[in-house]
Ligand binder design. Structure first.
Ligand code: RRO
Length: 302
């Protein structure tokens, strides 16, 4: 038996495979396709203090090497989230991580405060990095704001706090250091890369919001470089996200120093992509002489 468990600060996961926020709904949508309890963790679609309708269509564009989205954070708001989505999540035997955002710093704090009374939540992932709403990435573009907001949330909860960062900055390590100073327990890196696509017949942008967030295989090397930069400059665990679709992809990130991975865009063409990855990782460990997956983390030969 290979020990696949991994630690993200105080959070112990049975294996390093998580679902990326926004690509796995609220898990109930996948219950007939996937043994949900086998996942290391499930990260829910972002919840905000108030309900939001999201952006106007067109919201998704499929491209040769990835996907552009501008969904705009649609959700039922934290009160209805607790009533409608949490009861199913509470039946699962895996770690449930709630992705939280606000349009202001107070919004993040309010949302976490409201969720603190709810059972069955293993951690929060603060979404400082939505590229598709006004102010969405401002929380992870300015180190002072990132540190201040993380400190405020840290004081609001005893649960583990993860922060999801944008790759659309010059030096992600600066932002990583700021959230570490603010008291974050881990960093999810990275959210989507700002991108754009144009219809050459109409000469109009394909997305209603003109630009959107680019994800999928094309961004894997970008994410890997950002994870590498973070692991060299912060001490808290890094959760890798960006173009991870197979066990081999995941292993690259673990070798580079990520303590866990998230699967996102791959779920749109294979709902079982994350589950399959767990067996693939176990096989890699067996074939390469690792009894514990944690021994692989940060084993990059330089
Ligand atoms: O809902 C979205 O448009 C969205 C979010 Br919250 C996010 O964090 N990243 C993204 O690419 N899209």
């Amino acid at each position: 038996m290979i020990d696949l468990s991994t630690k993200i600060g105080p959070l112990l996961l049975k294996n390093p495979v998580m679902t990326a926020s926004g690509t796995f709904g609220y898990a109930s949508e996948f219950k007939d396709l996937v043994q949900l309890d086998e996942l290391g963790a499930i990260v829910t679609k972002t919840v905000t203090p108030e309900a939001r309708p999201g952006n106007p269509p067109r919201r998704i564009v499929e491209l040769p090497c990835g996907m552009l989205n501008s969904i705009g954070l649609p959700n039922v708001g934290v009160d209805d989230f607790i009533k409608e989505k949490m009861p199913f999540l509470q039946t699962l035997n895996t770690s449930i991580i709630i992705n939280v955002a606000g349009t202001s710093e107070n919004g993040f704090v309010e949302c976490v405060d409201r969720l603190n009374d709810v059972d069955g939540i293993a951690a929060y992932e603060l979404n400082y990095s939505c590229p598709n709403v006004k102010q969405g990435t401002s929380f992870s573009s300015d180190p002072q704001i990132a540190e201040r907001l993380t400190r405020r949330v840290r004081r609001t909860t005893t649960r583990p706090v993860l922060v999801k960062l944008t790759p659309n900055v010059t030096t992600i390590a600066e932002i990583g250091a700021a959230v570490e100073n603010g008291g974050a327990d881990g960093i999810s890196a990275v959210n989507t890369v700002v991108g754009m696509s144009v219809n050459i017949k109409t000469r109009k942008p394909k997305l209603a919001t003109i630009t959107g967030g680019y994800s999928g295989p094309a961004i894997k090397p970008i994410a890997l470089a950002k994870v590498y930069e973070l692991t060299r400059n912060v001490s808290i665990p890094i959760i890798a996200v960006g173009g991870i679709a197979t066990a081999e992809d995941a292993v690259e990130f673990l070798i580079t120093g990520a303590a866990a991975v998230q699967v996102g865009t791959a779920h749109f063409y294979d709902p079982r992509a994350s589950i399959k990855m767990i067996t693939g990782m176990e096989n890699y460990c067996k074939e390469n002489g690792f009894d514990r997956i944690s021994d692989l983390v940060g084993s990059l030969n330089l």
